[in-house]
Design a protein around this ligand. Structure first.
Ligand code: XMP
Length: 305
């Protein structure tokens, strides 16, 4: 981005004007978009902003700790443990779009209670430009774009980074002094690991997806993928010791992209792939095999659901 400092100045002024003396609420996801939106808004209105992090149980490894580290200085930070509620609501849900709806509804419920508690009239969202395009085209329902405002009665929605692409948001993050870990963080879908486990969401599958994704992120750091993760596909047969096992099939995805609208599967060398395979099958219980996804977008999407 050409002039991130200038963008920040303008955005802070715009937020200040838009919010006035009202209370505002933002949902943090741990990602760069909501982190930047929160940091900008906090600069503009300070303690009138209540950042809320909902621990859905669908998040990446270490996410809750990272949120505490980054936003712990904001007095009003709220961390809500909603893991049980989300998992209960997802029981028996198989259809991908239904999963998104269920997750969106749970978010709304959690939000409503905080919003009414603090009398928030303004909702701040980390929507970026490609989110709006995909939602308008209805490629997938992005719950963080379509869901909340329709249902909860906020007077005003503020989207400080709505005109930016991901790489521009990262520039702003660095300019704001957010940690590299956040500025460089790969995109993560609103519905979280739920769209990275095919079929019903269970604690067991989530644990496999979470652990395997941490390994993938670790092993692929040098490749600087735009997005890389592991997904849990199904069960297949394998051998452990003298026994045949029926274990998880884990898919690795690593893509290059500018904005997520199209993407190219990354070319990884065999040694790297083998290292990922051996770590995932060795370190995570119940995994029988690991496959690498070579499909570009299109025809595949980046996420599995
Ligand atoms: P797909 O899978 O549609 O993903 O190729 C494109 C980019 O969007 C992210 N993604 C989502 N982000 N809510 C979000 O906030 C969602 O429901 C959602 N679905 C996909 C995905 O991680 C990728 O970066």
């Amino acid at each position: 981005m050409e002039d991130a400092a200038r963008f920040i100045e303008d955005a802070v002024e715009e937020i200040y004007q838009a919010v006035g003396d009202r209370q505002a609420l933002i949902a943090l996801s741990g990602g760069v978009d909501s982190s930047v939106s929160a940091a900008l808004t906090h600069r503009a209105i300070g303690d009138q902003l209540t950042p809320v992090y909902v621990d859905t149980g669908l998040m990446r490894q270490g996410e809750t700790e990272q949120i505490r580290e980054t936003f712990g200085h904001m007095d009003d930070l709220r961390i809500i443990d909603a893991r049980e509620a989300f998992l209960d609501a997802l029981t028996g849900v198989i259809d991908p779009e239904r999963k998104r709806q269920v997750i969106g509804e749970q978010f709304i419920r959690t939000f409503e209670s905080v919003a009414s508690e603090i009398d928030a009239e303004v909702l701040v969202q980390g929507t970026i430009y490609p989110d709006r395009i995909e939602s308008e085209g209805n490629i997938k329902s992005h719950h963080n774009v379509g869901g909340l405002p329709d249902v909860i009665d906020f007077e005003t929605i503020v989207e400080p980074v709505r005109e930016l692409y991901k790489d521009q948001v990262r520039d702003v993050a660095r300019e704001l002094g957010l940690s590299d870990e956040i500025a460089e963080r790969m995109p993560f879908p609103g519905p979280g690991l739920a769209v990275r486990v095919i079929g019903e969401v269970t604690e067991e599958k989530l644990a496999v997806a979470r652990g395997a994704t941490a390994i993938v992120e670790d092993e692929l750091e040098a490749y600087e993928p735009w997005q890389a993760f592991a997904a849990v596909l199904a069960k297949g047969t394998g051998v452990k010791g003298d026994n045949r096992i029926h274990g998880w099939v884990v898919a690795i995805r690593s893509v290059e992209s500018r904005d997520g609208m199209t993407a190219q599967a990354q070319q990884l060398d065999w040694q790297t792939l083998q290292m990922i395979q051996s770590r995932i099958t060795g370190e995570i219980d119940g995994v029988a095999r690991v496959v690498y996804d070579v499909t570009h977008k299109p025809p595949a999407t980046i996420e599995y659901e």
